[in-house]
Ligand binder design. Structure first.
Ligand code: MN
Length: 751
């Protein structure tokens, strides 16, 4: 390695900070004193000076001096994650080696080997996240590797990302979306796995706010509106329990926070339910302060069941059996005398810290004397990671598989090869997927599988942590029915290819037997004629007809008969039919025309960097943007610009794969064009309801309806209205008015 450039020549001990920076430093030191035992203030002060000097003259997107970013990260480390002085110093210095002339050698000389190693890890880890197309399993493995070296590396990285997300609004829209997508797909799940619940929730909310500001504001506003009634409910519910706790001399705290905004949104989407039906799903938490222990949690449980009736099926004892990420708590759901279900969680302060801070709390307690089950488990986890990475041998993995019931992503599972190699598969994957993932030949020759040493059928679903071994035969055993048992693209495409090959063989046989007949009867037919006949006989294609003949489900003599008929008279008939069909196809669909006309009529609907005049653009059909929606443009392969809503799922994919083709656009003031909007309505059925709805929309709101679709049973009805609107405001106005119609319980925009 070439000798590093010697540009670093700051005399930190002698350097005097200006008043502004002096007060920044004082604030940080104060936070450290509050949150840790005897922090090394000299170390933190010098780290602060170096970060200030090395980033001097550089500003962030917000226009602020750069050093405020590492300072904010250090504050998160000290205050919110609650770590040590060395971590604070490393947080202050986290961008120096990557972004300035400072080298690792400089860091080591000035701050010693521990800080140097942390900075080294942080610099490398940002490479892990930056490298595109890196497989998630690889990223995961590398993260585990750095974690095994020093947990603090991972925690500082999360603090860094958290601050970047908190200040994301200063960046251009396009960059915001790219960072938010990466955060929600990589950082948030990792934060979840490491038990950093608080950070994970905030990251998710910030991503949601960045990608779907309207949706975010909507839920945030609604939550605020319900805050008072929620607090009142908790007070009344807790009254008898609070009394008993006080009488028995308990030190405790009661928390009743709602779920975070993004999780409410996900729930609304997943269950297709409006806010009102999911918002009140919150848990009341009773936290017991020192010196209470887990035995006291059980006492509190009995206080609760003295006052309310528990639902036995909903009882969970995560104290005796902690979750994989270290979470411990007692959960019970009880019913109030008014029939409302309430979940109560009981835990000690220590357990609560683990629940909120996960890995971080673990790290903190690790140094202390108190070491409970969870922490020992976590150490075992870290040791195991280290061991597997150092010498991958089969037994090490097998032993740990039981403890390793990862639930990293709900959509993905992690399984192991017999050698302990980690493989990422989508949830629902079977050993067949696994086999094809290893190699297509192994997939084709698979005859059975062993999961965790036990023989299982190939179509059994895999779970995270499974160790999978595929037993293969000498020749191909590929079964077309497998198509229903696989979820990966690789397995699917190979099986489909096989099915097509097999089908071709059969239809070739069918064609052969037809051709023999044709020869014998001296039929002269073009392929077009044959296609017409196949069509008449209700086969989707000639191929399908020959397949039916080849597989003997259709007698070739029936085809001979049909051909005879066709040759004698059908030819003329057929030609006429063709003409009719052609006429039918003219014109295109109504939708296309409306939107097409609207665009040509007025091109000034959108602006891109001030101007969209000469660019052809269209609105994507997947998310149907309307003016007022938060949108961006995507330059498609054909050169045209496609407008997507920022919360569109297809867009999420494009941001990842072709970020360079995403451009910022915004709506111009007034367009005068019409857009498709949809409303979902739910309510009680009554005579004349549909009439009232359509009258309201078309007569009093002067809005054109495209369609209204309603299904009702046993008095309840559900429907979708599709209409033409000017913009988001127009749509919202219609929704508001529809809500007021008698019998309508809910009305909301339908994606
Ligand atoms: Mn940073």
């Amino acid at each position: 390695m070439p000798e590093a450039k010697v540009t670093y020549n700051f005399k930190l001990n002698e350097y005097e900070l200006a008043d502004v920076q002096q007060s920044d430093l004082a604030k940080l030191l104060e936070l450290c004193r509050e949150n840790m035992k005897d922090p090394d203030e000299h170390l933190i002060e010098r780290a602060f000076k170096l970060t200030f000097l090395s980033h001097d003259g550089i500003t962030r997107a917000s226009g602020e001096p750069y050093y405020l970013h590492p300072l904010a990260v250090a504050e998160i480390i000290a205050e919110e994650i609650g770590m040590d002085d060395v971590s604070v110093a490393a947080a202050l210095l986290h961008d120096t080696v990557e972004d300035t002339d400072i080298t690792l050698k400089d860091i080591e000389r000035e701050f010693g080997p521990v800080v140097m190693q942390l900075i080294d890890g942080l610099t490398k880890i940002s490479g892990v996240f930056k490298s595109k197309n890196v497989k998630q399993a690889e990223t995961f493995m590398k993260l585990l590797m750095y974690m095994a070296e020093d947990l603090r590396v991972v925690l500082i990285k999360f603090a860094d990302r958290l601050h970047n997300m908190r200040t994301i609004h200063h960046l251009p829209r396009k960059k915001q979306l790219a960072i938010a997508t990466e955060t929600i797909e990589l950082y948030a799940p990792f934060a979840h796995r490491f038990g950093l619940y608080k950070i994970k929730s905030e990251l998710e909310d910030l991503c949601f706010k960045a990608t779907d500001p309207t949706g975010y504001k909507f839920i945030a506003r609604k939550l605020k509106e319900k805050k008072e009634s929620r607090e009142e409910f908790i007070d009344i519910f807790m009254e008898p329990i609070r009394e008993q706790l006080e009488r028995s001399g308990f030190n405790f705290e009661i928390k009743g926070r709602p779920k975070h905004i993004y999780s409410i949104y996900k729930k609304m989407m997943r269950q297709q339910k409006p806010f009102e039906e999911v918002y009140d799903l919150f848990a009341i938490r009773i936290i017991l302060d020192e010196p209470h222990t887990k035995e006291d949690c059980w006492r509190v449980y009995s206080f609760i069941t003295d006052s309310y009736t528990p639902i036995p099926e909903r009882f969970r004892d995560f104290i005796s059996v902690p979750k994989a990420n270290g979470y411990r708590s007692l959960h019970t759901t009880v019913i109030t005398n008014r029939g409302r279900k309430v979940e109560v969680q009981i835990r000690t302060r220590h357990m609560d810290e683990i629940a909120e801070k996960g890995l971080a709390a673990h790290w903190k307690y690790k140094e202390g004397a108190e070491k409970q089950g969870t922490e020992a488990g976590f150490d075992k986890f870290v040791d195991w990671v280290r061991e597997v990475l150092e010498n991958p041998r089969p037994d090490a993995a097998t032993e740990f598989v039981e403890d390793f019931q990862l639930n990293l992503y709900s959509q993905e599972i992690y399984v192991f090869t017999p050698n302990g190699e980690l493989r990422t598969l989508p949830q629902g994957a079977t050993p067949i997927d696994f086999a094809f993932d290893i190699h297509s030949e192994i997939g084709e020759r698979a005859i059975a599988a062993k999961i965790n040493g036990k023989m299982v059928p190939l179509r059994n679903k895999l779970s995270s942590g499974d160790q999978v071994e595929i037993i293969t035969g000498k020749t191909s055993n590929l079964n077309p029915d497998w198509i229903n048992d696989v979820v990966t693209h690789k397995a699917r495409s190979r099986i489909r290819q096989y099915i097509r090959q097999e089908e071709r063989k059969v239809s070739d046989e069918g064609r052969e037997s037809w051709e023999k007949k044709a020869e014998r009867y001296k039929f002269e037919l073009s392929d077009q004629d044959l296609a017409k006949i196949a069509n008449k006989l209700e086969f989707p294609s000639i191929q399908a007809m020959f397949f039916a003949i080849g597989s003997e489900s259709y007698d070739v003599n029936r085809l001979v008969k049909a051909v005879r008929g066709f040759l004698s008279k059908g030819r003329i008939e057929g030609e006429e039919e063709e003409k009719l069909q052609k006429d039918d196809k003219k014109g295109g669909s109504y939708d296309d025309r409306i939107i097409g006309d609207a665009q040509t009529a007025n091109k000034q609907m959108l602006t891109m960097d001030g101007n969209l005049d000469n660019i052809k653009y269209s609105f994507s059909k997947c998310c149907n943007p309307i003016p007022g929606d938060d949108v961006v443009g995507y330059i498609s392969r054909s050169g045209g610009l496609k407008i997507h809503r920022t919360n569109c799922n297809n867009l999420k994919h494009l941001i990842k794969t072709e970020p360079e083709y995403i451009v910022d656009v915004s709506w111009s003031k007034k367009s005068g064009n019409q857009f498709i909007g949809a409303i979902k309505i739910i309510g009680e059925d009554r005579v004349g309801l549909i009439n009232d709805i359509s009258n309201m929309i078309s007569t009093s709101l002067k809005t054109n309806m495209k369609s209204i679709n309603v299904s009702s049973d046993t008095g309840a009805f559900e429907g979708t209205i599709i209409l033409y609107v000017d913009d988001l405001k127009h749509l919202e106005k219609v929704i508001k008015r529809v809500m007021k119609i008698e019998g309508i319980k809910q009305a909301y925009r339908y994606e």
